[in-house]
Design a protein around this ligand. Structure first.
Ligand SMILES: [Zn+2]
Length: 240
């Protein structure tokens, strides 16, 4: 990564009660790349919003505001249910170098500006990604399909506008398996919460964070192996 001198030419600070926001806009003058940072604090949570894409700064004001509103609605709610020790300071980065939709590393979520501008209704990408911050599993905690299934389950439960994004649980198909990850696994969790044991996702999440998760965890939590649970799901997959 190139080092460059940052020229700060505008600082805006607004404060009202326990809500505050600050803005620093800068141009890295050697590479001529754009960067604008907003800091928004509400109650005990702070969101640092870094926009490294000039196009997003021009056209993304509305989607940015919706992302910020979604964060403050969803993240404290997810933390309250799953992990009360979740960190209170999170960074969103609009990252033109990121090629996927979004990805989370540590306390920072990288968003693809092109995706967010093209698909502004997909606001609950935020809900999925910040769940990864709540999860905080570290390395070698369990299979990726489980991590992603839980994040999509959180999107299903806490999402602010899944309908607007036409995002919903896919119908069960015989070709599916719980390892298919994302929504397919999330739907299995919805079924488990309804038909097997309320709170089971929270318990799975907790076992992953404490690195106590293993193949026996399912049996300990529900009396059945994951394969037995899936077979029961496959035989009657209805959810309400
Ligand atoms: Zn994910």
């Amino acid at each position: 990564m190139k080092l460059s001198i940052v020229l700060v030419f505008a600082i805006l600070f607004i404060s009202a009660g326990n809500h505050s926001s600050a803005r620093i806009r800068s141009y890295k003058n050697m590479s001529n790349s754009f960067s604008e940072t907003d800091s928004v604090a509400r109650n005990s949570y702070t969101l640092i919003f870094i926009d490294n894409d000039a196009q997003f700064a021009k056209q993304g004001a509305l989607v940015k505001q919706r992302m910020i509103e979604a964060f403050f609605k969803v993240y404290p709610a997810e933390a309250k249910v799953f992990n009360k020790k979740s960190i209170h300071r999170v960074t969103f980065m609009i990252d033109p170098e990121y090629q996927g939709v979004a990805a989370t590393a540590g306390d920072t979520v990288h968003f693809n500006p092109e995706w967010m501008l093209r698909t502004p209704t997909d606001i609950d990408v935020v809900t999925h990604e910040v769940m990864h911050i709540v999860q905080e599993y570290g390395y070698s905690a369990g299979p990726v399909w489980l991590t992603e299934g839980i994040a999509d389950y959180a999107r299903y439960k806490f999402g602010v506008d899944n309908a607007g994004a036409k995002w919903s649980m896919p119908e069960y198909k015989t070709t599916q398996n719980y390892t298919n990850s994302y929504r397919i696994t999330a739907r299995f969790f919805v079924w488990m919460e309804e038909k097997v044991k309320s709170g089971v996702v929270k318990d799975l999440d907790s076992s992953l964070r404490s690195h106590t998760y293993n193949n026996d965890t399912w049996k300990e939590l529900t009396g059945k192996t994951v394969d037995e649970l899936w077979a029961a799901y496959a035989s009657n997959p209805a959810i309400s």
